[in-house]
Ligand binder design. Structure first.
Ligand SMILES: [Fe+2]
Ligand SMILES: [Fe+2]
Length: 163
């Protein structure tokens, strides 16, 4: 039951973020074709996706840091170092996504040409880190749920539900 509720709140968010980044990547690859760089509709889709990705990340990371990480750092102190690494990943993921968004936003109204190599490099690095981060995080959450007693699990779920 606890696993199911965590899955609904966390794993579905992870899948959503994966889908958004897959869409950004596939749109950027389409821009790799000759003359496609000036296709305003594709660029607009990429801009929309990146805005959505950043909003979703901020909400998802906020939920994790405020509800889950804060609780686990207190309840299972030996997890602190691994949780701090997850928090650092959140910083890097947001910074890279913001940079990518700024890069693509600068192309609006043809102000500048998109540096496609850099954009693709950023999207690959961000997607890879996101995948690794989500795998590690899910392992830690599953391990924590397994280690907590019934009361601890309930407190974690209450913290989740309050956000
Ligand atoms: Fe996370
Ligand atoms: Fe997460």
């Amino acid at each position: 039951m606890a696993d199911e509720r965590l899955r609904l709140r966390i794993i579905e968010d992870h899948h959503k973020l994966d889908r958004i980044f897959a869409s950004v990547r596939s749109n950027l690859l389409q821009l790799d074709a000759p003359d496609a760089q000036r296709d305003p509709e594709i660029l607009e889709d990429v801009r929309d996706d990146l805005k959505f990705a950043l909003d979703e990340m901020l909400e998802h990371f906020g939920l994790e840091e405020e509800a889950i990480f804060a609780f686990l750092k207190d309840a299972l102190t030996d997890l602190n170092d691994r949780i701090e690494e997850l928090e650092q990943d959140h910083e890097v993921l947001c910074t890279r996504t913001s940079r990518l968004r700024t890069l693509v936003a600068a192309t609006q109204h043809h102000a500048t040409e998109l540096d496609l190599d850099l954009a693709l490099q950023l999207v690959e690095e961000t997607s890879d880190l996101l995948t690794r981060h989500n795998q590690t995080e899910t392992q830690i959450f599953v391990e924590a749920l397994w280690r907590l007693d019934e009361r601890g699990r309930q407190r974690l779920l209450d913290a989740l539900d309050s956000h």
